[in-house]
Design a protein around this ligand. Sequence first.
Ligand SMILES: Nc1nc2c(ncn2[C@@H]2O[C@H](COP(=O)(O)OP(=O)(O)OP(=O)(O)O)[C@@H](O)[C@H]2O)c(=O)[nH]1
Ligand SMILES: [Mg+2]
Length: 610
Amino acid sequence: MTATIAVVGNPNAGKTSLFNALTGARARIGNYPGVTVERRAARLTLPDGTPIDLIDLPGAYSLTPRSPDEAVTRDTILGRQPGETQPAAMIVVLDATNLGNHLRFLLELKRLGLPMLVALNMVDLAARDGVTIDTAALADYLDMPVIETVAVRRRGLQSLLAEAATLLATATPHAAAPPEDVRTLAREARTLASAVTRTTGTARRTTTRIDRIALHPLFGPLILAAILFAMFQAVFSWAEAPMGWIETAIAALQAQAGAALPDGALRSLLVDGVLAGVGSVIVFLPQILILFAFILALEQSGYMVRAAFIMDRLMARVGLNGRAFIPLLSSFACAIPGIMATRTIDDPKDRLTTLLIAPLMTCSARLPVYAVIIAAFIPATKVGWFGLQGLVMFALYAFGVLGALAAAFVLRRTVTKGPAPSFLIEMPKYQWPALRDFALGLWQRAAAFLQRAGTVIMAVTVALWFLSSYPAPPAGATQPAIDYSIAGRLGTALEPVFAPIGFNREIAIALVPGMAAREVAVSALGTVYALQATADDPGTLTERLRNAWPLPTALAFLAWYVFAPQCLSTLAVARRETNGWRWPAFMFAYLFAMAYAAAGITYWLSKALL
Ligand SMILES: Nc1nc2c(ncn2[C@@H]2O[C@H](COP(=O)(O)OP(=O)(O)OP(=O)(O)O)[C@@H](O)[C@H]2O)c(=O)[nH]1
Ligand SMILES: [Mg+2]
């Protein structure tokens, strides 16, 4: 059997960066504690030819877990994970700039008696801070190899692997020592750290200086608001040109396919189904990339945790702590990693609340929905310095956040009642995002988006095209063809449910496949309206919507999507994370009620006012 080596250490020490560098894996990294929440393994060959399985683990402070992710780490190290044996050895990753704290966990691990070696990581940042470490003395004291590494620059990896090979070949496990009191270990760690560390006066100066402004009680929140605001303005203004190119390309493809194929079902499937549907989603790639670029920069620079800290006071008002802010901010990308990130929250009720409100954060799949409607109904004028479209987008995100806070407020007083949790989190050091990781992260998101467009969205769109085209209308039919189709009838059946909130039959049709993925609502509208269009109408989806929907309907549709309970994958992940259908069912129900109410209120109010 292949031996396993576990990569262990405190949160944010650079374990996953090291794991990626050693195995070529592409696991998520970020400059804040709690990025990795699951174990992950990859095969690797040591210099002497031995194959091993390297296991990346969630960061932990000790073998006494405080949250579900730390429990995974303990169970893996102790060999308690079902179907797994204890690792043959451990690579303990230490942050060279934070030895005093990180050595404590190492000293605790050492008592287990497993062969160990130390990756003294982030020595580049230590040097920046004027910190040097006497590696030989540290190795001597600990009685194990200590190798300096810079995981993000792939420095020290060869020596690390060579030592790992020697360790596996020669070391025999010691007898385990009984666990030691935490305080004794902490004292030993601090003494050891100061004995091997030389500091010139500049330590952590940069970070402290930036934090004096970034965490300032007045400037802090202003800076955070400005960053988020700039993000939404950028999503609109920077993406405009590339979106135009993609639109032109798709229109050209449609024209070519239309000219090349004879009039009939195949042409309609390709032009009105696949190209109109999938094309209407792909157009949003530039916007999604800009959004992700901002989120990645926030995650990797170290600002994310500051944002959580600034938000803590507001979060406390609704009964959550700042810790919850990180999963919630990740949910701007997608609720699924957001929900998984709640594993780092120690208090179960706090965790459940965060998990239940995560879908209210506007995920990137909702961006196309918002953008289509905004482009169709909100004029591209300027309000002062800002574009009106960007402002509306910002407002929609803000409504999502306010909805989440309101939901948390109510939940914490009813179903997830419990004591107010305290907020304790380590502030990471600021640093520029590593270009390679940044580019890779962006590429992964783009690939995932295009893959969804090519699989789920394409499949659902094609299915919808069939349902909207068949049965074909009888000869001499007077009504539009879609009236006779299965989807048309389904839409007509659902219409009464949605008519009170201003939704028409086409929206009712689009909402059903939109459960698969939220963007599908856009591709579905693209297909449904393309099928309804007459042959000599070359309009885009935007133009078609503008003609077909009154403004109150469009606004109600936006309001619906702020709260929409859709996306089956989110419900499935909620089921997995809460071990049952009870909470996902609750989540669906309360989100549906909120969406319905919000859309209804928006519809009737705007109808009365406009
Ligand atoms: N300058 C520098 N940055 C590093 C080094 N290793 C990792 N980083 C950065 O440190 C941050 C944390 O890296 P991760 O690999 O996600 O840390 P982790 O230990 O897996 O963190 P958790 O999964 O949260 O426990 C990232 O922003 C990395 O880019 C290093 O040697 N030098
Ligand atoms: Mg990690």
